[in-house]
Design a protein around this ligand. Structure first.
Ligand code: FPP
Ligand code: MG
Length: 421
């Protein structure tokens, strides 16, 4: 080990350095590498790599997590944002209940003594299934971003100025997100989310498709109640992007690594960042902001969303399944080459073949996992996420009410880098 440590000088040739890191990695896997030397194994500079549990999703029995050296203390959300979030679950439950047109519905609560006809039963069951993910108390990250952006776009500089319509955007953003997860779990054949069985695992694929559709329909009704055609169109763009993003993810692999990276970034925008970007733009429109501010709000959401997904893709390699609430290491098994793999492939061109065949041959997943952990891919992914966080933070100063809420928006962006799930 002393020999390996001495070899860590800048005079080492590229090949030797690679061998050296592989040796350190091998020692780390066997539990023989001291904590203080973990950085040498994983090529990490800005963070500590910690060995946390004797299990990984594939065959080998070791996993790592990236943690910040100094976790930042968390700033409390403004009280009015917290209050809005607290009532969001009730709001969604209300939105998922039947409307006046829905003559067969009993609404949220079945009235005592109500006659149970077959059609009443169907409506009630659909609502109950649709409420399943909302009742689990998710992070409500998207509504939080929308609410803080709404307050930051306010021109009258009063505190706590989020209109009812802006609040509806926050609610709709969470509903669209949840509908897409219900469908995504069918596509990915996932049976756990947030440490609980998925809708498809409980009620089957056919029901899950209908439940996702139902949530989307109710979100659309709530959106239309805002009565602003431009905002309806902006929010509809999110749904188009989600579908196209998912479609891109299934598509064939580009042959050049540059084209693959571009494809990945475009897919990431559509699948994840569009929802943040267009929700931010919608609340800016509803605040009466000019086009420049609307664009700034959009760009903030876009950069935040890109960082969010990059960190998600990083966590798939470094976090534990229990923390994530879903199986870690899932992307490779689904045949997906995310940023850590694409960066690793620049160092290890051998990865290209595996990427092109979507890690479909025996041992491909394990080999790709090894390449990624032995490469600089995790650090580079994090670095790219940081660039997006910093760009989001830079834009905040251009928002009308940044003096009051800018720090919160900055926290939201930068805290991506501390996220562990
Ligand atoms: C999670 O991806 C999924 C999404 C961000 C969007 C999925 C979009 C669709 C299924 C299109 C249909 C859209 C609607 C609105 C019904 P992931 O698999 O990378 O993340 P995960 O690990 O959390 O499952
Ligand atoms: Mg999935």
């Amino acid at each position: 080990m002393d020999f390996l440590k001495r070899c860590n000088g800048s005079t080492l040739c590229y090949f030797t350095k690679r061998c050296q890191r592989a040796c350190f990695s091998a020692l780390a896997y066997k539990g023989l590498l001291p904590e203080s030397m973990m950085d040498l194994a994983y090529g990490s500079t800005s963070h500590t790599v910690r060995r946390i549990a004797p299990q990984i999703p594939s065959r080998r029995s070791c996993t790592t997590t990236l943690i910040q050296e100094q976790p930042k203390s968390k700033r409390e959300l403004p009280q009015f944002v917290q209050q809005h979030l607290d009532r969001l679950q009730l709001e969604v439950t209300g939105a998922l209940a039947g409307t006046a047109n829905d003559v067969i519905s009993f609404g949220v609560h079945r009235p005592a003594g109500a006659v149970e006809t077959p059609s009443n039963k169907i409506s009630f069951e659909l609502q109950e299934m649709a409420k399943y993910y909302f009742s689990q108390g998710g992070k409500l990250y998207r509504p939080t971003v929308a609410l803080l952006m709404a307050a930051s776009c306010s021109h009258d500089r009063m505190l706590e100025t989020v209109s009812e319509n802006q609040y509806k955007i926050a609610v709709v953003s969470e509903m669209i997100h949840t509908a897409s997860l219900v469908h995504d779990d069918v596509i990915d054949e996932s049976d756990t989310r947030r440490n609980r069985p998925t809708v498809n695992a409980l009620w089957g694929n056919k029901m899950a498709v209908l439940v996702g559709d139902y949530i989307l329909a109710k979100a659309t009704q709530l959106l239309c109640s805002i009565g602003n055609a431009q905002v309806v169109s902006i929010m509809a763009q999110i749904i188009e992007d989600l579908v196209k993003g998912e479609f891109m993810q299934m598509g064939v692999r580009d042959s050049s690594s540059e084209a693959r990276f571009l494809h990945y970034m475009q897919k990431t925008y559509k699948k994840t960042a569009s929802l943040f970007a267009n929700s931010c733009k919608s609340v800016a429109v509803l605040a009466g902001c000019n086009e420049n501010i609307q664009r700034t709000a959009f760009e903030y959401g876009k950069n935040l969303g890109m960082a969010f997904q990059l960190i998600d893709d990083l966590l798939d390699f470094v976090a534990q399944s229990a923390t994530l609430g879903k199986p870690a290491g899932a992307d490779l098994k689904l045949g997906l080459a995310t940023a850590p793999v694409l960066f690793a492939a620049r160092e290890y061109p051998e990865l290209d073949r595996l990427i092109l065949r979507r890690f479909s041959e025996s041992n491909d997943v394990q080999k790709a996992w090894d390449f990624v952990l032995n490469s600089d891919g995790l650090r580079q992914t994090r670095q790219l996420a940081r660039q997006h966080c910093e760009e989001a933070a830079r834009l905040i100063a251009f928002l009308p009410n940044s003096a009051h809420f800018g720090e919160h928006l900055t926290d939201l962006a930068m805290s991506q880098l501390d996220r562990e799930h």
